[in-house]
Write a protein that binds this ligand. Structure first.
Ligand SMILES: C[S@@+](CC[C@H](N)C(=O)[O-])C[C@H]1O[C@@H](n2cnc3c(N)ncnc32)[C@H](O)[C@@H]1O
Length: 188
């Protein structure tokens, strides 16, 4: 059994039970505010290959869809992914994959931007998750990570990001339920 497998199964079960329809009803507006905050700092282009780790019901791909070259969303919950697939079936430049954020099925340094919005609270080893996000990001790619304020203090969140080797450019606070951090890889 892989590390954290039991906790991950529990998380997956909870999201599968909730299902995509209820997730969207409950969280769509809240998540959109976080995306808007992030997208006010990160500019994406029509050439970009973008990864959304823990994409859930595909709310972020839905928002950025037509303004990027191609988006890939990965998530552990089959139920949320199947809801996302049916909602976004017309979107051509999008792939949604069932995958664990800690074992991403991609080569090193392929994505022009990586997002992980309200994901880390679900992960038993958040440093491992962040390292995977860094591994698949191009050297100059923005890596946008949010952390629930219910789970992290601002300093604790910043320390977590920095200790993984991320260069934290800005942490947005405002009225959001998450801290939204705009990061990049450290320049060596
Ligand atoms: C609070 S939701 C956020 C979803 C999406 N990022 C959004 O902003 O709406 C957390 C998501 O993380 C996913 N998740 C939890 N653990 C995961 C893991 N180990 N690998 C991939 N996704 C995971 C859940 O299935 C859920 O869709």
């Amino acid at each position: 059994m892989l590390p954290g497998e039991v906790e991950k199964r529990e998380v997956r079960r909870a999201y599968n039970e909730m299902g995509g329809r209820l997730y969207d009803l409950r969280y769509r507006e809240e998540q959109r505010r976080k995306f808007d905050a992030a997208l006010s700092r990160v500019s994406l282009s029509e050439e970009d290959l973008v990864l959304d780790v823990g994409c859930g019901t595909g709310l972020l791909p839905e928002e950025i869809g037509r303004s990027v070259g191609f988006a890939v969303g990965v998530d552990l919950s089959q139920a949320l992914l199947s809801w996302a697939r049916s909602k976004l079936r017309e979107v051509q430049n999008l792939d949604l994959l069932l995958s664990d954020a800690d074992y991403l099925p991609f080569r090193e340094e392929v994505f022009d931007a990586v997002f992980a919005i309200t994901l880390l609270q679900n992960l038993p080893e958040p440093r491992k998750t962040l390292s995977e996000a860094m591994r698949v990001a191009k050297p100059e790619a923005p890596i946008v990570v949010s952390g629930l304020k219910k789970k992290y203090g601002k300093k604790e969140f910043e320390d977590l990001l920095s200790s993984t080797g991320l260069r934290v450019r800005e942490i947005m606070n405002g009225e959001l339920k998450d801290f939204v951090a705009i990061c990049g890889k450290k320049v060596s």
